[in-house]
Design a protein around this ligand. Structure first.
Ligand SMILES: [Zn+2]
Length: 470
């Protein structure tokens, strides 16, 4: 997520904030996780059962392999009618399993083709299959639902979910907003491939992740079918319905397919810059992880950009630095995804570092200078790994995260550092990771021990020693 854009949201007028707060809020709160502190983070590895920052969402009982979503959106009534068919592997024997779904009315559920029962409690949809499912079984569950999807005003301080626009809507899901438009295992730990079909009135366009595989008309409207052929975390899924100007091209094996709302700035500079940004980042980080790329620009009520997989979202205008930031997330965050929200610095620190690399490449201060400048001015609390839901997108996650990378670079040297960045992207491609994995990789490639750096820069909520910036 783009940091600069969030700042504008924080400056909303009291009246607008009041309006935002009037919508239903998700079941998260500042005090959701008081028992976990930074010192406990060392044991919160990828096998931890609950997410340390958002413990109410996601389950480790199941592994969703694939989502096939068939959605119809009627702008006149603002109703969404959907069928979600999930291919699931049981990670343990199951008599029931939970998914997340906010609002919407569930019409029926089947598992393995048989009618299943279900209960709802808050954002939780618990499905009880007609018979026990044994561990390791791969099965399908189909959920039919409809209603007026809502958006949430999250405890992290911004709106997310199904966000209305003048002509349609844009769905933005970080961290838990995707549950406003489809039922999912709402944790970044569980990634899956997607087929997203959206039927809208003929005059509108429906955009999603990955590649457009068909676009057909019927008496009910036009159906846009999108295929995300590589695993994607649920928070990176998007649907946008609107009146867009489409720009397509193929360059260096990547299919570019961009959609800019006709009501927004044409974004000609960003459209031209995008392949250049990707080409440069491929030099730093290795091959672009996806065969598709593009930008999506529209005007919902939010002011932040989001790295929706393959096709990042920008509100109104994609400025150069935010474009660099969101493109870097395609490697760090989207292809290589932290298993828990506690490790979100692995997204935001890396994307911020990409901004620093880009700035230096174009005549600005070097990352070494950025480190020393921010050492004098940055907010030190919370430590990047001491975050709660309210500080999920706070400055230290971005700035201290990027500073950590520069401190590592100065310890292990430039060649080893870029080797680490590329190996991190390659070895963990399409997977999920933890901070512990990253530290192990740094030590393996460099042959140097970095305990002190990870302790002082990521886990300690105070300024690290000045010895690091001599
Ligand atoms: Zn970001």
């Amino acid at each position: 997520m783009g940091r600069k854009r969030r700042g504008i949201t924080a400056g909303l007028t009291a009246g607008l904030l009041g309006a935002l707060l009037a919508v239903p809020v998700p079941g998260v709160s500042a005090g959701a996780n008081p028992g976990v502190d930074a010192s406990a983070s060392a044991v919160a590895g990828v096998n931890a059962r609950k997410d340390p920052v958002l413990p109410r969402y996601g389950t480790t009982k199941i592994d969703v392999r694939h989502y096939a979503l068939d959605l119809t959106w009627a702008p006149a009534t603002k109703r969404l009618t959907g069928t979600a068919k999930l291919t699931i592997k049981a990670r343990q024997a199951l008599t029931s399993f939970p998914l997340s779904l906010h609002g919407m009315s569930v019409k029926g559920v089947t598992t393995a083709g048989q009618k299943a029962t279900f209960t709802r409690s808050g954002d939780r949809l618990t499905i009880k299959p007609h018979q026990r499912i044994t561990k390791g079984t791969v099965f399908t569950t189909q959920i039919s639902y409809s209603g007026k999807p809502k958006y949430l005003f999250g405890a992290e301080g911004t709106s997310e979910g199904w966000l209305p626009t003048a002509r349609g809507a844009v769905a933005l899901g970080e961290p838990v907003g995707s549950m406003t438009w489809f039922p999912l295992n709402n944790t970044p730990r569980d990634k899956a491939t997607y087929l997203i079909a959206v039927t809208v009135p003929e005059r509108l366009t429906a955009v999603s992740n990955g590649r457009l595989i068909s676009n057909t008309t019927s008496p009910t409207g036009r159906t846009w079918r999108w295929k995300m052929n590589k695993p994607m975390a649920g928070y990176l899924a998007t649907v946008a319905v609107g009146d867009y100007r489409r720009t397509t091209m193929t360059k260096q094996g990547i299919r570019y397919d961009s959609f800019v709302a006709k009501a927004a700035s044409p974004n000609k500079k960003a459209l031209k810059l995008l392949p250049k940004v990707i080409a440069q980042q491929q030099k730093w980080f290795g091959p672009h992880p996806f065969r598709d790329a593009g930008i999506l620009v529209d005007l919902p009520r939010v002011r932040y950009a989001l790295e929706t997989q393959t096709r990042s979202f920008f509100p109104m205008f994609a400025d150069e630095m935010t474009l660099v930031h969101e493109v870097a997330h395609q490697w760090y965050g989207n292809s290589v995804t932290p298993a828990t929200w506690r490790d979100i610095w692995l997204n935001e620190g890396f994307a911020t570092y990409a901004e620093w690399l880009w700035t230096a490449k174009h005549g600005g201060p070097t990352p070494a200078k950025q480190l020393r400048k921010h050492y004098k001015t940055v907010a030190w609390r919370p430590a990047p790994r001491g975050i709660t839901i309210t500080t999920l997108f706070s400055d230290p996650v971005y700035i201290r995260g990027a500073m950590t990378l520069q401190v590592i670079r100065e310890r292990i040297g430039r060649p080893a550092f870029f080797k680490v960045l590329r190996a991190w992207a390659k070895q963990n491609q399409y997977g999920t990771v933890s901070t512990r994995d990253f530290k192990a990789l740094v030590e393996r490639i460099s042959g140097k021990q970095v305990d002190d750096i990870f302790r002082d820069w990521l886990n300690t909520p105070k300024r690290p020693s000045a010895k690091y910036v001599k």
